[in-house]
Write a protein that binds this ligand. Structure first.
Ligand code: GLY
Length: 371
């Protein structure tokens, strides 16, 4: 039996099921939600080539008819053009208000298809079947959907909660090592932002988990999803606490922009480096001891993850250049940038009170290792 995490949002509540081999039981889990035995699947072409047959067989076994649209893998799929393609395809498949759309892939597919579902016929239900670690622990849960604009990532979108999330741990076995470790950046983030015991557990179990231990992977995904579910239930539309989920992200977004959203830096890698920088800044501001950033960096290195700016290949802007990229962040309000800082491991908080000279010195020192 899969583990269940409930996301408690009144009429918009739903379950996240986490388990091994779940994909083969998709039909059974989706059946109770259907008003008629028909679904539309939108997948990423790479995921479809590996796993679509398992999914469609499970639907066939329950007598559920299905059609599939496969889209190119990669961030550039989160565009107006592909949004239009998905919406027009769903209309041509005669997907009705009461039907279910399945988003089958990583964060790109989840965000795009969730947004398409939010606007199709003024909102149809959708099910997330996340296939990357990053999507399982973060983007598939909580209802943030959207596409990218030329002005920045995720700037066009809607909150639209899924009706069910199926996180099959076994599917993680087909990820590249780099993609798995990048997703782990988001897992570590949960411990760092609000659960010191979980971070300690990760310090002990992270390497075995990355090595393929499914039982440990299941525990890590479940604990991450449970933390996210709690935060989303308390602050669905990010009026306060939900911003903690952006720990490391202001630094990350600047680094992603500086590297042209290319494979020089994957999002989860940027989150990991960003968390290390957020803890370093917190220590220099006297908010936490120097031991905290040292522990963060030691764990990331233990996990063979990108930890420092020197782990990013090619040129980077100087500290002022990075700071001006940080000012493009969505968390800028009335010209003031809100940061997620920490009083210790597991004790993050939101503040706009970050001394500009300290920030610049953290970045200058971090860049000095980047030869
Ligand atoms: N990925 C951050 C959030 O869902 O709020």
């Amino acid at each position: 039996m899969p583990e269940k995490v409930h996301v408690s949002l009144g009429a918009r509540s739903y379950d996240v099921l986490v388990g091994t081999g779940l994909l083969a039981d998709t039909g059974k889990h989706i059946s109770p939600l259907l008003k008629r035995p028909k679904v539309a699947i939108v997948s990423d072409a790479h995921v479809a080539s590996l796993h679509l047959t398992t999914l469609t067989k499970s639907l066939d076994a329950q007598g559920i008819s299905h059609s599939n649209l496969s889209l190119p893998q990669g961030e550039s799929t989160k565009s107006w053009a592909h949004l239009q393609e998905v919406v027009h395809w769903l209309l041509s498949e005669q997907i009705e208000r009461n039907d279910i759309v399945i988003a089958f892939g990583g964060g790109v597919i989840g965000d795009l298809v969730g947004f398409a579902a939010s606007i199709l016929r003024r909102g149809v239900r959708f099910v997330q079947i996340p296939t990357s670690l990053l999507a399982q622990v973060d983007s598939s849960v909580g209802g943030k959907t959207g596409i990218n604009a030329p002005h920045g990532k995720n700037l066009i979108g809607a909150f639209h909660q899924p009706s069910l999330v199926l996180a099959d741990i076994s599917v993680l076995g087909t990820l590249t090592e780099r993609d798995f470790r990048a997703g782990y950046g988001e897992v570590a983030k949960y411990g760092l932002l609000g659960d010191a015991d979980f971070f300690e557990w990760l310090e002990q179990n992270g390497p075995a988990l990355a090595g393929g231990d499914e039982a440990l992977r299941l525990q890590a995904v479940k604990r991450s999803v449970a933390m996210k579910a709690g935060i989303v239930a308390r602050d669905e539309t990010e009026q306060g606490e939900r911003a903690l989920l952006n720990l490391g992200h202001t630094f990350c977004h600047a680094l992603e922009a500086a590297t042209g959203y290319s494979d020089r830096l994957l999002h989860g890698e940027g989150v990991a480096i960003g968390c290390a920088l957020a803890f370093e800044t917190s220590a220099r501001l006297g908010l936490c001891s120097q031991e905290a950033p040292s522990r963060v960096r030691a764990h990331l290195k233990d996990m063979k993850m990108k930890t420092d700016l020197s782990d990013i290949s090619g040129e980077l802007p100087d500290a002022d250049g990075l700071i001006s990229l940080m000012m493009q962040d969505k968390k800028v309000a009335s010209g003031t940038l809100n940061f997620i800082m920490a009083r210790g491991i597991g004790e993050a908080f939101v503040t706009s009170d970050v001394n500009a000279d300290v920030l610049k010195s953290v970045l200058t020192d971090a860049l000095s290792t980047h030869l």
